[in-house]
Design a binder for this molecule. Sequence first.
Ligand code: MSP
Length: 585
Amino acid sequence: MPEPTDSTDQPDMPRPRYFTTPIYYVNDRPHIGHCYTTLVADVAARAARLIDGPKADVFFLTGTDEHAEKVVTSAAEHGMPPIEWADLNAQRFKDAFAFMGFSHDDFIRTTEDRHKTRAAALIADLMDKGAIELGDYEGWYDPSQEEYLTETVAKENDFKSPVTGRPLEKRTEQNYFFDLPAHEDWLRAQIESDAIRILPEARKNEVLGRIKQGLNRVPVSRRIKDDDPAPEGWGVTMPGDPEHRVYVWIEALCNYITAIDTPERAHYWPNSSGGDPLQPGGAGQSQVTHFMAKDIIWFHAVIWPAMLHAMGRPAPSTVYAHAYWIAEGQKMSKSLGNFIEIDQLRAYADKFSLDAVRWYLMTQGPLGATDSDFAHSRFVEVYNADLANGIGNSTSRVSNMIDKYFGGRVANFDPSVPVEIETEHAFVEVELTNHPTHFAQWVRESVEGCDNCNLASSLRLGITIVERVDQFISDTRPFSIAKKREGDARIESQLAMILFYSAEMLRIASLFLYPAMPEKMADLWRRWNCDHLNDPADHNSGFKAPLAELAQFGDGGYSLKPGQKITKGDALFMRADPKEDPPSA
Ligand code: MSP
């Protein structure tokens, strides 16, 4: 029997991929943290669409979590009914995500009927399967995070919230409970074997450590009080018991299924049936990746997979929990009032371009296990190094030379004439003969990086190539050769070849950079008449071929071709003055 192949080897049938962000509370407006996780998911989704090409089957979901107690409380503080406050803030999230250029396929709000009815059906299914039962509960409740903590965790944190430091409350309730302990062995096996991959590795160890401390039943409902501050119909009532409302976390997690519970989307959740590759659970089984920060990993890596297991559905493939953006060493919080606001990101985008903001967040952000500080000086440093003096300068330099020496068109060259540069002879030969292997290797690294959510290192490959081009140009010195080319066909061919090689390398670099900087790279492709996109005017129009084909060096397919017009234009990124003040919102 043939070995099953990874779908990345089957460009005809890419596997479906489903990327999600947390659904965010609408008690307030969005800030950098919400934009960051959604950016990470956007870059992952864009990279997947590029890697898989025109047949890519990617679904990217984000949205808002609206039935939380804190939404009701903050609505009251603003003198508004909860739904109006939720409407207003959900719109702010939508506006912020539009500004950030996110390519989500849907934005779900938990107050929508499509969510409420389906979430109720999922809970009913859990009840039918005996996974949810009524019981008494006394526990330490963290009102700032809307969750109960175990006695051990409460004690360890001095009866304060481990996330916000606010005091915990002792609460007793008669609730419905989900029997989490029943799944303990299964969870441990799934996580240890990476059937559910928890990334980064440090987070996996933490989760396993916490499972070892023992699992508690999870409250699934709250009794609706007579003086309940929430209006009637707020939230999802417990199936068969209208006196209880489904606890917000349990309801919220269901969004990952409720949003795709339609015939066209159902295959984004794998199902355990196997068989037909076109059907969920077949050979083309969907890969589900949940992105979030470390604050909510327990819900996604433990409670949610256990709920799915109880329902007889497969668990998500990957749970990726990044660290935090912090401000001057402290977690950003409402009480400290130290959030990096969207208006501040807008001010940076106005000055440096949106793609520069996306680049900075992606490459300098807390993607791994360590928190990151947003620092203006670092922003300018990275902007100048990677963008203005990096891809921006390199593309200008090469376009200008092609314009000056060859009238703005990729020139023909005789490949049998070796490039013989007096000074750096040996390097040039090596560089020219080895490039196809390099590029195949880089494409593999990029695909691997994306599979492991090492998105920053995948993006970095683009800059590595730019650095090679800079080195190549300073070694081969096309500007000096140009002076000697008059009437010498051999030198003329060498010059054409050097510029072809440089431009072609930059074209490939731009593909690696694209997921973080879609607008700027689409702009470059328009200037250079590269036909990567189905519609060159629309950077969201989809790719004409999978990355491995687009990134073929000089093969005549999607590569630059002799005669191709290279339009020079304004620099992609203007240099920034590090002495200037930060842009103010
Ligand atoms: N509503 C729940 C999630 C339900 S998912 C089924 C929730 N909402 S939240 O509005 O508090 O969002 C938390 C998420 O926002 C974090 O997991 C992270 O994705 C993002 N961030 C919030 N602050 C952040 C930072 N300071 N830094 C990075 N990301 C942060 O929890």
